[in-house]
Design a protein around this ligand. Structure first.
Ligand SMILES: NC(=O)c1ccc[n+]([C@@H]2O[C@H](COP(=O)([O-])OP(=O)(O)OC[C@H]3O[C@@H](n4cnc5c(N)ncnc54)[C@H](OP(=O)(O)O)[C@@H]3O)[C@@H](O)[C@H]2O)c1
Length: 289
């Protein structure tokens, strides 16, 4: 497939394909789940609140899968529950995330922007590797990153900000930068398993983004939101386009800014020692061999 993902997606069918969408209870994840189900995909949805997830689950014809990414044991249980529901995954949309106050450590003792945006989806994706390799053709992992990656800074020896001050938006940007490095890690390690990966910035979306953050929430709650953001439908469109496009060497390991391949990246995004080091340290932190 040589074409790039495009906005012209109306006629593409996902019949026979299974998609798992994380962060499906709200925003662009909910929109992506509903739209892909409309294209005929079997869609599984996960979020941290069963109550909030239920209307989306009902709309796509499934039961909610509940997991709080601030609890790695929830992620382990989620992976087991997904494996009970399906034998294979064609598209994994790692979309759950947001900005969080760094002082509120997760149940596992990690800085929350690091765990919720990177470590939890890293663990989930690794645990779902057998289901991704079982996809009848190839599988695609789509990681929702952000332009905020430009302001991130990965320090391998201090992923949890124990020796430096964690500033919320920098910690968020670092998590989103990790999404790009993780994408490259998947490409380098799993291409022989027929698994592709892409990362994508959806644009400045007027979703519930920032609800967990006093500072970012302030910006997204002011009247400015109307002028500074795009709709949830428009924000979900690049994710949907990637899922409909499917696995393809042309998009493998690439970071999209909406529909543009080669979005602007932090200079750390191509640092091979960081790509390898982040993978190895993340694996050690979540207890993967
Ligand atoms: N909005 C933007 O401007 C923007 C820009 C660039 C990138 N992004 C990225 O796009 C993705 C989706 O964001 P959005 O704009 O759709 O925001 P959103 O409306 O806030 O949706 C975020 C989703 O992630 C889930 N989530 C948050 N914390 C979680 C946790 N601890 N465990 C499990 N799920 C959790 C939320 O669950 P609840 O419903 O329970 O809160 C919700 O389903 C995020 O990764 C975000 O970083 C957004």
């Amino acid at each position: 497939m040589s074409e790039q993902p495009s906005e012209q997606t109306e006629e593409k069918s996902m019949a026979g394909r299974t998609v798992l969408v994380t962060g499906a209870s709200d925003g662009i994840g909910a929109e992506t789940a509903r739209t892909l189900a409309g294209h005929g995909a079997t869609v599984l949805v996960t979020g941290r609140s069963a109550e909030k997830l239920r209307p989306v689950a009902e709309a796509v014809g499934t039961e909610p899968l509940v997991a709080d990414f601030a609890r790695l044991d929830d992620v382990r249980r989620l992976a087991a529950e997904v494996a009970e529901r399906t034998e294979s995954i064609d598209v994994l949309m790692n979309n759950a995330g947001g900005t969080f106050a760094p002082s509120k450590k997760t149940a596992d003792g990690h800085e929350p922007n690091f765990q919720i945006n990177h470590l939890a989806p890293f663990l989930l994706t690794n645990l779902l590797h057998p289901l991704l390799t079982a996809a009848p053709d190839s599988a695609l992992v789509v990681n929702t990153s952000s332009i905020a990656n430009l302001g991130g800074k990965i320090v391998l020896d201090d992923l949890d900000y124990e020796n430096r001050r964690a500033i919320e938006f920098v910690a968020y940007g670092t998590g989103k930068l990790m999404n790009i490095l993780f994408t490259r890690g998947i490409t380098q390690r799993w291409s022989d398993d027929n698994i592709c990966a892409s990362a994508v910035h959806p644009g400045p979306v007027g979703s519930s983004f920032g609800r967990d953050s006093w500072i970012v929430g302030l910006a997204y709650r002011t009247p400015l939101k109307r002028f500074a953001t795009i709709s949830v439908e428009d924000g979900a469109a690049p994710l949907i386009a990637l899922a409909l496009h499917g696995p393809d060497p042309e998009i493998n390991g690439r970071y999209f800014s909406r529909f543009s391949i080669d979005g602007r990246e932090n200079k750390q995004a191509h640092d091979q020692a960081l790509i390898d080091g982040l993978w190895e340290r993340s694996a050690a932190l979540v207890g993967l061999g």
